[in-house]
Design a protein around this ligand. Structure first.
Ligand SMILES: [Fe+2]
Length: 265
């Protein structure tokens, strides 16, 4: 799940209640995919990086049938997050990164939040030498497992003009590192749209947010263009020989499903 942007109680984003939208997606996932090996939250957990919003998120994640792997994005604040998610795995240097082996796959989640210091209005991402050293170690020690790497900020231009101004810094070097290690797949957040592609030989996927969505806007240099399209989340099937990535909208349980050929219902 990408970019839930949980807010303090009573606050909305373009008229949407982020926690209600997140709970709707979570309910769908809990019902349809209770057997999932893990739920990865791809960053921008909260909108303002405040303790109250992390507490609301923490409460929403109680009693899930699968473990949660939280990641940070540009709207998060690491110290505030760790105040509430005190048992979240951290690297030696205090970054919110981890690796988890699931069958024949090693899932590596990175922390691309650029700070502290946190500069007002700065939303681009960064992976410093410490975070890259963790990645290098995770990729080097995986004993033949497929590598699936998750990072909030895309390390490439997406064509969405406003967002490309706040992508991951040094993205080309990062992608070349992933390609050198034969990374199976890269999963990003940040854009709030369903997208896929391949850059520098690394295939990647992105998903809509449970809350507000980004626009397909190739010219306007505005990173805040949003719409109230349905919330969504991604499902990754880790197969013996690769990965299959799906995207599913929230609230589809009320849809009409038609079955069988030769009938009109
Ligand atoms: Fe976001």
């Amino acid at each position: 799940m990408s970019d839930p942007h949980i807010c303090p109680e009573g606050e909305t984003i373009i008229g949407l209640d982020p926690l209600a939208r997140f709970n709707a997606v979570l309910d769908d996932a809990r019902t349809a995919h209770a057997d999932a090996a893990a739920l990865i939250l791809l960053g921008d957990l909260t909108h303002h990086g405040d303790v109250a919003s992390y507490q609301r998120l923490h409460a929403a994640l109680r009693n899930l049938p699968f473990p949660v792997i939280p990641m940070l994005g540009n709207h998060d604040r690491r110290d505030k997050f760790l105040t509430v998610f005190a048992d979240a795995p951290q690297t030696r240097n205090g970054f919110v990164q981890q690796m988890r082996d699931i069958g024949q796959h090693r899932v590596i989640t990175l922390d691309s939040l650029d700070g502290p210091p946190y500069r007002a209005g700065h939303h681009a991402g960064r992976l410093c030498v410490h975070r890259l050293a963790f990645l290098e170690d995770a990729l080097s020690t995986r004993a033949g497992r497929h590598a699936v790497v998750c990072v909030h900020h895309p390390p490439f231009d997406t064509g969405i003009a406003g967002m490309d101004r706040i992508k991951l810094a040094d993205g080309q070097a990062f992608l070349e590192r992933l390609a050198r290690h034969g990374t199976l797949h890269l999963i990003c957040g940040h854009i709030h749209r369903t997208m896929s592609g391949s850059t520098h030989g690394v295939p990647w996927s992105m998903f809509k947010s449970p809350c507000h969505q980004g626009l397909l806007e190739f010219t306007q240099l505005n990173a805040h263009l949003s719409s109230n399209e349905p919330g969504a989340y991604g499902i990754a099937l880790l197969t013996d020989n690769g990965i299959v990535v799906h995207s599913e909208d929230a609230g589809l349980r009320d849809r009409r499903v038609f079955g069988g050929y030769g009938t009109d219902d």
